[in-house]
Design a protein around this ligand. Structure first.
Ligand SMILES: Nc1ncnc2c1ncn2[C@@H]1O[C@H](COP(=O)(O)OP(=O)(O)O)[C@@H](O)[C@H]1O
Ligand SMILES: [Mg+2]
Length: 285
């Protein structure tokens, strides 16, 4: 089994006014994996994320990073936030400097890195996020997608072990979403553990290794994306199943799909390729 990087043990979090956001919630995020967190609006995803880098502290239970309970003193939080990079949903709440360069360099300067090292980190982050050339543009003049990428660059410059993104694809067009996915894959290949919250079931099915599903602040289920997202329990809670999974089994049932009923294509393109391949092999026989 992959070792955990972040673990929540029977965590409860209540907002003032007795609003229960998380209720005896336990879950494990595995190191080096891509995890998608799913759940209906108000199920507790954003609250959960705010606990992962110590932005909020649970009233009950414990949050562990690398097997150790989080320390909520200044030093402990500083260390944690270098390891767990958080990208909020709204880029305007995260960017506060006049230009991107200043914004991305803020974190590395803040932890006392020498200027040359800061410059190298900023330039690398700009390249990773395809922002080179925009570093001196006034932040307010950037597009939504560019601001989003700038937020991620600021977090990457801290060299986090885990990158946590709250609904990173919300408000992005399909081209930008595909570009974002490529960037996330590059980061994952470089060894970063990724955690995203999303409402996009098809995207989670295509992209994630693991999924964690919340229901009213509780853990409904956690496990491998391909296994879990096709369960009726998940369908009932989220109101949908991955389209490609439904299509693939419908085609198999009618004898026009892939014969192997255990085969699970992750995307429409993968399904089409598999069916075409099967037809070609048949024709060759
Ligand atoms: N700042 C807040 N103050 C009070 N209640 C909040 C606050 N943020 C979220 N909540 C409540 O906590 C619950 C979980 O919300 P949230 O974590 O934002 O869920 P999600 O991200 O899944 O939509 C909801 O009932 C929501 O109304
Ligand atoms: Mg949310």
């Amino acid at each position: 089994m992959t070792p955990s990087i972040i673990e929540l043990q029977e965590v409860s979090f209540t907002y003032p006014g007795d609003i229960v956001a998380l209720n005896t919630f336990s879950a494990t995020f595995a190191r080096g994996r891509r995890t998608a967190v799913l759940g209906r609006n108000g199920s507790g995803k954003t609250t959960l994320f705010s606990l992962l880098n110590g932005l909020q502290r649970p009233q009950k239970g414990a949050v562990l990073f690398g097997g150790e309970p989080i320390r909520y003193d200044r030093q402990g939080l500083l260390k944690l936030r270098q390891s767990v990079g958080m990208v909020f949903q709204d880029p305007d709440s995260q960017l506060f400097s006049a230009c991107i360069y200043e914004d991305i360099s803020f974190g590395p300067f803040n932890i006392g890195l020498p200027e040359a090292e800061v410059r190298t980190r900023v330039e690398t982050a700009l390249q990773q996020m395809r922002l080179t050339g925009l570093e001196n543009r006034p932040t307010h003049s950037l597009s939504f997608g560019q601001k989003k990428r700038a937020c991620i660059a600021g977090v990457l410059a801290m060299h986090p072990q885990v990158l946590v993104l709250d609904e990173p694809f919300a408000g992005l067009d399909p081209v930008m979403t595909a570009e974002f996915m490529t960037i996330l894959d590059e980061l994952h290949q470089g060894g970063t553990s990724l955690i995203i919250a999303t409402h996009d079931l098809d995207l989670a099915y295509a992209w994630a290794d693991d999924v964690i599903i919340l229901q009213d602040g509780r853990l409904l289920a956690q496990g491998e994306a391909l296994k879990l997202l096709v369960q009726p329990l998940v369908h009932a809670e989220l109101g949908a199943a991955p389209i490609v999974a439904e299509l693939s089994s419908a085609l198999t049932l009618t004898g026009t799909g892939v014969y192997d009923k255990w085969y699970q294509p992750r995307t429409g393109a993968e399904l089409v390729r598999a069916v075409l391949n099967q037809n070609r092999q048949e024709n060759e026989q």
